[in-house]
Design a protein around this ligand. Sequence first.
Ligand code: NAI
Ligand code: MG
Length: 500
Amino acid sequence: MSTAVSTTPMHNRVQEFVSRPRKMFVDGKWVEAASGKTFPTYNPATGEVLAQVAEGDREDIDRAVKAARRAFDSGPWHEMTPSQRGRVIWKLGDLIEEHLEEFAQLESLDNGKPLSVARIADVPLAADLFHYMAGWATKIEGNTIPISASSRHVKYLAYTRREPVGVVGQIIPWNFPLLMAAWKLGPALATGCTVVLKPAEQTPLSALLLAELIAEAGFPDGVVNVVPGYGETAGAALASHPDVDKIAFTGSTEVGRLILQAAAGNLKKVSLELGGKSPNLVFADADMKATIPGAASAIFFNHGQCCCAGSRLYIEQSIFDHVVHGVAEQAKKIKLGPGFDPDTSMGPLVSEEQMNRVCSYLESGLHEGAEAVVGGHKRPGAGYFVEPTVMVKTKPDMKVVREEIFGPVVCAMPFRDVDKLIAEANQSEYGLAAAVWTRDISKAHRIAEKLRAGTVWINCYNVFDAALPFGGYKQSGWGREMGHESLELYTEVKAVCAAI
Ligand code: NAI
Ligand code: MG
């Protein structure tokens, strides 16, 4: 990093926001933790404390669940029409747009991502999600069903209703803090559920700003409660709470398993969005002008801290050297720096823990005989910076090829035979995303069918839309977020049968 760092001035409101301890949002009120404790959140570009936040634990989760239960069972939310519900959700989307710069700055400070990226990706996508979901509030429909039990003597009228599942616990990660809150809250609110949201301990700030806007948008008290805190305490209390009807989680596969165990107590419904090790397939007939930057951005976007990162790059043998060289050149052009520096194209990783985790993968890969064409190290000095890295000479059984690294590290591997390629691409415990780059459109669709993944991109990567379902096969998760599929996670189906 250069010593003379140019930097965007901090928005007044953001300065004020981080200057005093943030409280939690329970039953429409801002309250301290029951224990009175706070925890620090850090600026990963410097390693310094950014702000203090109320530290929620079991008692706070319990209060929040009680508030959410009351708001679900009785009171204004329960009585609002679908159209009124849709309108407040839409208003929330508008308010996020109005406060775009504040959100982008908080996100950059708390998570490390470039401010420029938060401005064009995280924040607008979050606003869009609420606008999209606002439309669904009036369209949660059942069916009328002709049943064969009807006879000449008795006739039946049978129909289904889709009803909100109830009080929902939502536990989200730190890679897209605001956007993950939106993906979770949008469908829960559209269907009429009430929520206790626990943001990640690394990045609690944007969810707390969102809670301010939730109050302003007109959601009744208790409909959304935001309780920051650690996973092992607040998160675990939410996942095991006997009065929570459903838990939705995004994070590591390891914690996903803990969530399932915790949910077993009252058999609450569970949806999980977990890790990935997504294969990115490049054929010799692909348009290299799009493919090379596409393959680089598939792994380096958000510093590789994406569950769908294109971390296994399979390249047809005849163009292997050309593509590896091209992606490495892209990596060299990436400017590491603090998110507030307008020249920065990649910020620090989110935490020291994450930096150490990624570095231990780099060491393991190099130790097992892989080579880094570019990168391979952390940046010395303050902040949690890791160089964008392209690894070659990997073997399928190496940890760097099998396990999710969640950092800017791609393993490039050559292939010759398409059937073997598909087998290798599918040889993973994960199945979140995949991509194919080729000009042969028939081949692309044939391969898309064979890939065991919840999303397949063709000649593009990381394209997200509020209308497009996202989620995983295999150990990448249960259920789909976004699109109308996500509404199923938040509704129960009731069959009503009347003799008429
Ligand atoms: P994590 O899975 O521990 O954290 C995600 C969320 O779960 C946070 O809100 C955390 O507080 C909560 N949590 C942690 N332990 C919990 C528990 N016992 N009960 C309930 N909630 C709990 O992820 P972490 O440790 O931050 O990252 C580890 C790895 O997980 C990453 O290297 C990456 O591979 C993966 N990950 C995947 C994400 C995805 O988008 N699928 C997002 C974040 C991490
Ligand atoms: Mg963890």
